[in-house]
Design a protein around this ligand. Structure first.
Ligand code: NIG
Ligand code: FE
Length: 413
């Protein structure tokens, strides 16, 4: 199937030569073609340009995008969408005054989700997760990373990763799998954290690597979860089996996790709500992508990642949802982009770069996703009739998406 999209008001993120990532001042540059066409051959972007230069094509279908914006689909590099049930009671408890930390200390939080996951049959877990995946695709996500980490036993972690594998098989969007066995110390190891870490290293990582079920290894490096020393041990073990680090750091406390991530060539360090000057300094010149998760800050009422300061210091930035049942029960990248603009004071151009090109980088997909480039996969958003791309974050909370295409196929009406 060949599709010609014509009369596009603005075609965003056009990169003839693909970039790996954009940093600092470059982030303000969002390359746009006004009054454009885009031609898709089978699954990939074949051609684009100004309407006045439209060549003859072999299109079987023509989409008239007059008044609309066309852009690469969102690249959501940090999610936990494989989970069982929900935790709306904890949400109500927080409204009534308990903190996220207090809830976790009472056996709620991650351990609550681990219990629910344990009790949920694998097929049921798959169905719940597939529904979430379909929801986020309909909201414009065209590439996603999914973590394990609500299993916390070898069997349950493998169960989560098998569900991710099934999603990879059954859906056309790229899905990157991350092993997050080090998400919390499970209840049965409360008095033996070393025992759990040994289990992670000696049993879980080898089993997962042997089955090829994950590409990345993650650790929740945070007070009350895993120390930097423990994080190092786990990352080293993962790396020995070819897993690349992508880690949770600086959510509530700055304990040196960023430095640990950089030392181990982490592809990304995520959360970063609490950033010291030395953390920003450490990221300069590294290959590690800092990832901000503004919906998490919004939902938990915690500080926002100091994105303005980080970009002004020359760093790149990616934006992701963190979709999970505890800290971010939302997978809406449109809301993430709007919230980044509104609360972090980054411009629409910076936010869109962060949620496309840099998101792709944070999941190793820079060569195939995240920009309008000949030969890249045709995972695209066509908006409704809007005056221009700044309207997307400006009119926050409204649905601006008309059509989503994945590998050149329309997946939403
Ligand atoms: O990224 N911070 C650690 N993990 C998740 C939340 C986990 C949960 O509350 O279920 C996060 O925010
Ligand atoms: Fe997370």
């Amino acid at each position: 199937m060949n599709i010609l999209i014509k009369n596009i008001r603005q075609l965003l993120q056009v990169r003839d030569t693909p970039v790996q990532k954009v940093s600092g001042r470059e982030m303000k540059n969002l390359p746009v073609i006004e009054n454009a066409y885009l031609y898709i051959e089978n699954n990939t972007i074949a051609d684009y340009g100004k309407m006045e230069d439209l060549p003859e094509t072999k299109a079987n279908e023509i989409i008239n995008a007059a008044g609309k914006v066309v852009m690469p689909a969102w690249c959501d590099s940090h999610t936990h969408i494989v989970y069982a049930g929900n935790r709306e009671q904890e949400f109500v408890d927080r409204i009534n005054g308990l903190s996220y930390e207090e809830i976790a200390n009472r056996g709620g939080g991650i351990l609550n989700s681990a219990k629910k996951l344990e009790e949920t049959p694998e097929d049921d877990l798959y169905r719940q997760s597939a529904k979430r995946l379909e929801e986020v695709i309909a909201m414009g996500t065209g590439a996603i990373e999914i973590k394990s980490g609500y299993g916390l036993s070898t069997d349950a972690e493998l169960k989560m990763l098998r569900v991710i594998r099934r999603l990879q098989t059954n859906y056309d969007i790229p899905i990157k799998a991350t092993f997050l066995g080090a998400h919390a110390i499970p209840a049965n190891y409360r008095n033996d954290r070393k025992g759990y870490i040994d289990l992670l290293i000696n049993e879980m990582i080898p089993a997962i690597a042997e089955k090829g079920l994950a590409e990345y290894v993650d650790v929740f490096c945070e007070k009350g979860y895993f120390t930097t020393e423990e994080t190092e041990r786990i990352l080293e073990a993962g790396k020995a089996f070819g897993l690349v680090p992508k880690i949770h750091v600086n959510q509530f406390h700055a304990i040196g996790g960023i430095q640990t991530g950089i030392k181990h060539n982490a592809l990304s360090v995520d959360h970063l709500e609490v950033m010291r000057d030395e953390d920003i300094e450490a990221l300069k010149g590294s290959k590690t992508m800092p990832v901000a998760l503004p919906s998490c800050s919004y939902f938990l009422s915690i500080p926002y990642t100091p994105a303005r300061k980080m970009i002004d210091a020359g760093l790149p930035l990616a934006l992701a949802t963190d979709y999970n049942p505890g800290s971010t029960p939302s997978g809406n990248m449109n809301f993430v982009v709007a919230t980044a603009c509104i609360k972090m004071k980054i411009t629409p151009e910076e936010a869109i770069n962060a949620a496309t090109v840099n998101g792709a980088y944070a999941m190793g997909l820079s060569d195939t996703h995240g920009s309008i480039t000949r030969g890249k996969e045709a995972n695209l958003i066509i908006t409704r009739d809007i005056p221009g791309y700044a309207f997307l974050p400006y009119a926050f909370g409204n649905n601006h998406i008309d059509t989503v295409l994945i590998r050149g196929k329309v997946v939403t009406p």
